[in-house]
Ligand binder design. Structure first.
Ligand SMILES: C[S@@+](CC[C@H](N)C(=O)[O-])C[C@H]1O[C@@H](n2cnc3c(N)ncnc32)[C@H](O)[C@@H]1O
Length: 370
C-alpha cells in the first residue's frame, strides 16, 4: 500500500518540496557521519580490456545527517581500479555525483558507466563515497560499506581465437603463413623461421638433434628444419588443429619427420619420440590456460632426454595474479610461472625479452631439467 502511495505524482511532488526546503549546501561531514553503503547489483564476472562497463548500484545514506548532491560539500561516488595487490592502477578514478540529496536512511538506485583498464590483468573494482577532501568513507568510518570486487580483465572478445575454427576455415595451401601469427608477409614469416632456427642453434641444436614441436601449426619450424636436420635427427610435430597436421603431413615428407594431432593437454607421441633434445613451444603458451601449460610441460618431460630442454615463449605481466586472458592472448605472472616450472622439475633461464605493452613483456625461456 505504502509503495503504491509513494509512486503517485502527489507524493513525489511533496517529496520534491521537502527536499528543496530541507536541502542545504552541506558541510564537511564529521567522520561519524561518513557512514553509507554502496552495493553493486550486477557484479561483472569478467570484463574486456579497454571497454566501458555499466554498473547498477544501490547506495544508502546510513548516517544521521543529509548528504547533499551539489556544491563544494557534495557526497560523490569514486570508482577506481586497483591492482590485485591493492595498489591504485594508473587510470584516473571516475567521480559521480548522487542524483539528489539523500536524507538519513534513504536509499537510491543509480547506474554508472566506467572505463575498464586497457590491459589484461586481475583488478579490483573499488567504489566508495567521498566528499571534497576525497577521504573515502570506508576509511573514515569502520561501518561504511564500499564495493571491493575482484574482476579479471581479459582482451577484447574480438581478439579471442578458436584454432579449430581457424584451421577449418582457412585455405592452408595459400594462407598457411598468416593463420598462425601476426605476420605481415610471407617473407616476414620465413625470416622469423630462420631467426628461430638460429636461436635454437645458439642453444645447442645440431643437425642430429631430435626435436618435438608442440603447437607446430602449419610447420613454421618444420620448414626451417627440413633441410637442416640430418637423417640421424628427427622432427615430431603436434598440434590440436587437424587440418594443420594434415597440411604438415603432405608438405614435409621426410622419413624422419612425423606429425600427429594432439589434445589440449596431451602429446600424441609415445616411445617413438622418447629421447628428444628439444621440446619447442613457439607462441603456444600465449594461447593456453596455465593449467594446460603445466600439463603440456609435464608431457614434454616424458619425451625429453635428461639433458633435453624446453624452449617456450610467454607474455608476462605483474598485473596478473596467476594467469588472465583468453585463447587469443594469455598473460601470466612471471614468478608464478617460474614456481610452476620449478615444481615440475625445470630450471628456467631467460634467453630473450621484448616489450609487449606498457605493463607486459614477452619472454623466451629455456627450461632445463634439474
Ligand atoms: C600462434 S600459433 C603458432 C604456431 C607455430 N608454433 C608457429 O610459431 O608458427 C599457436 C598454435 O598452437 C596450437 N595450439 C594451441 N593450443 C595447443 C595445445 N594445447 N596443444 C597443442 N597445440 C596447441 C594452435 O592450434 C596453433 O597452431
Amino acid at each position: 500500500m505504502m509503495q503504491v502511495m509513494k509512486s503517485t505524482a502527489a507524493w513525489k511532488f511533496v517529496r520534491a518540496i521537502k527536499r528543496s526546503v530541507l536541502s542545504t549546501t552541506g558541510e564537511v561531514l564529521p567522520a561519524n557521519e561518513c557512514r553509507g553503503e554502496v552495493v553493486l547489483l550486477n557484479p561483472p564476472p569478467c570484463l574486456e580490456a579497454g571497454s566501458r562497463c555499466q554498473l547498477n548500484l544501490k547506495v544508502q545514506n546510513r548516517s544521521g545527517v543529509q548528504w547533499v548532491a551539489k556544491g563544494d560539500h557534495a557526497v560523490r561516488l569514486r570508482c577506481r581500479w586497483l591492482t590485485f595487490q591493492n595498489e591504485p592502477f594508473d587510470a584516473e578514478p571516475t567521480f559521480s555525483t548522487l542524483p539528489r540529496t539523500l536524507f538519513p536512511g534513504e536509499p537510491q538506485s543509480l547506474t554508472l558507466k566506467l572505463p575498464t583498464p586497457d590491459v589484461v590483468g586481475d583488478f579490483i573494482l573499488d567504489i566508495d563515497f567521498v566528499q571534497r577532501d576525497d577521504t573515502p568513507f570506508s576509511d573514515a568510518h569502520s561501518e561504511s560499506k564500499a564495493v571491493r570486487l575482484p574482476v579479471p580483465v581479459i582482451g577484447p572478445r574480438t581478439t579471442d581465437i578458436d584454432y579449430h575454427e581457424v584451421f577449418r576455415t582457412a585455405n592452408l595451401d595459400d594462407n598457411h603463413w598468416w593463420v598462425v601469427g601476426a605476420y605481415h608477409s610471407k617473407e616476414q614469416y620465413e625470416r622469423s623461421s630462420r631467426e628461430r632456427l638460429e636461436m635454437l642453434v645458439k642453444q645447442g641444436l645440431t643437425p642430429n638433434s631430435r626435436v618435438l614441436d608442440i603447437g607446430c601449426g602449419t610447420g613454421q619450424m618444420a620448414s626451417a628444419m627440413k633441410d637442416y636436420l640430418s637423417d640421424t635427427g628427427a622432427f615430431f610435430g603436434t598440434d590440436i588443429g587437424k587440418e594443420a597436421i594434415e597440411f604438415c603431413q603432405r608438405t614435409f615428407r621426410r622419413k624422419n619427420f612425423a606429425f600427429r594431432q594432439g589434445g589440449m593437454t596431451t602429446v600424441p607421441f609415445d616411445t617413438s619420440a622418447v629421447g628428444c633434445d628439444f621440446a619447442i613451444f613457439f607462441s603456444v603458451f600465449t594461447h593456453t590456460f596455465l593449467d594446460e601449460t603445466a600439463l603440456l610441460m609435464s608431457e614434454a618431460r616424458r619425451l625429453l632426454k635428461p639433458s633435453g630442454v624446453i624452449i617456450a615463449d610467454l607474455i608476462t605481466s605483474p598485473l596478473v595474479e596467476r594467469a588472465a586472458g583468453h585463447r587469443g592472448e594469455m598473460v601470466v605472472n612471471k614468478e608464478r610461472f617460474l614456481e610452476l616450472a620449478a615444481m615440475l622439475g625445470y630450471r628456467a633461464e631467460i634467453i630473450g625479452q621484448w616489450p609487449w605493452n606498457r605493463h607486459a613483456e614477452r619472454f623466451m625461456f629455456k627450461l632445463s631439467q634439474r
